[in-house]
Design a protein around this ligand. Structure first.
Ligand code: GLV
Length: 327
């Protein structure tokens, strides 16, 4: 009997996905909610043919060196900034990821954040719970900015950016976008306009970030960029925390250079409870839950499982983050 391939899953994931993997491989699942330490991860990878990771697992060249039998890494996320893709490619190891199944959920959350920040949903909820709602209604209380008929600037037009644009058109917003490459067909279909980043920053009422974290996008939105934005604008980040310079953001908010921020990602994660951003009423923060819809997360787990199984079987991954490994 041929021994089954060994795989290590760094966190508990949906049961159906684990069942799929278990049918084909000798599987070990890390039982804790916290990630294995880098040392433990390397030890687990030492005799593994496949490892299923998520954004908290550091997959660097030391990891690959410690894993001589490895034939695939499967990441349960679309972003792979925790993985040294170059090192994986050099060793001929394909890295799977999960685009296509989480864009709509992440776009929904983006809109939840836009609306929450603009219409002061979280702030007013806190006020009600604190027993402050003593006067039933006042025409001048709780005014917020209008989302409908405002201008949205999307930075990064991948699948999530496109889904955000579709929702924005439903809200009757003007949609501007900036991306590495222009996408004329989608532009025409949805009805949006490509502009350079400075123009996007100057014209948008909401600037929403959807680009991957790379050396080029690290602190893409810093002091200079915030200075270009309208003082009435709201910055939304559902991409990766380090795309925004957090210190500059705090200063811009305190100095009234920006009206608010809505963040699903921070630098670092989790944000420290004493981070000064948490003292500001015009900041809404959710704990990196963009893709956390039930349906989407299950689909992510199934896709990650299929990528892992394809990798250990020597087949091409359904969704590969380093396709150059095949050339
Ligand atoms: C989540 O952050 C992802 O990259 O899928």
């Amino acid at each position: 009997m041929v021994a089954k391939s060994k795989v290590f899953i760094t966190r508990q994931i949906h049961r159906e996905a684990l069942e799929l993997i278990q049918a084909e491989a000798d599987m070990e699942v890390w039982p804790d909610d916290s990630p294995p330490s880098p040392h433990v991860l390397r030890a687990k990878a030492a005799d593994a043919h496949g490892v299923l990771t998520n954004i908290m697992d550091g997959v660097d060249s030391a990891f690959f060196e410690a894993a001589p039998q490895l034939s695939a890494v499967s990441q349960l996320a679309v972003g792979t900034d925790n993985i040294d893709l170059k090192a994986a490619t050099q060793r001929g190891i394909p890295v799977g990821h999960t685009p296509g199944v989480l864009a709509k959920a992440t776009a929904d959350l983006t809109f939840a954040l836009i609306l929450a920040a603009a219409r002061r949903v979280v702030e007013s909820d806190r006020w009600v719970r604190a027993g402050q709602w003593k006067l039933a209604f006042h025409p001048m209380y709780w005014l917020g900015s209008e989302v409908n008929q405002s201008t949205l600037g999307i930075v990064g037009l991948g699948q999530t950016g496109i889904e955000v644009a579709r929702r924005a058109r439903g809200f009757d917003m003007e949609v501007l976008y900036h991306s590495r490459s222009r996408k004329p067909a989608i532009e025409a279909e949805i009805g949006m306009t490509f502009v350079e980043l400075p123009e996007l920053l100057q014209r948008s009422d909401f600037v929403s970030l959807h680009c991957p974290l790379t050396p080029d996008t690290h602190h893409l939105i810093g002091r200079r960029e915030m200075d270009m934005m309208k003082p009435t604008a709201i910055l939304v980040n559902v991409a990766r925390g380090p795309v925004v310079d957090t210190t500059a953001l705090y200063t811009a908010l305190v100095e009234g250079k920006l009206a608010g921020a809505a963040l699903d990602v921070t630098e670092p994660e989790p944000i420290a409870p004493d981070n000064k951003l948490l003292t500001l009423d015009n900041v809404v923060i959710t704990p990196h839950i963009g893709s956390a819809g039930n349906r989407g997360r299950r689909a992510m787990a199934m896709l990650a499982a299929r990528n892992l199984l394809a990798g250990i079987a020597g087949q091409r991954l359904e969704r590969c983050a380093n396709p150059e490994v095949y050339s």
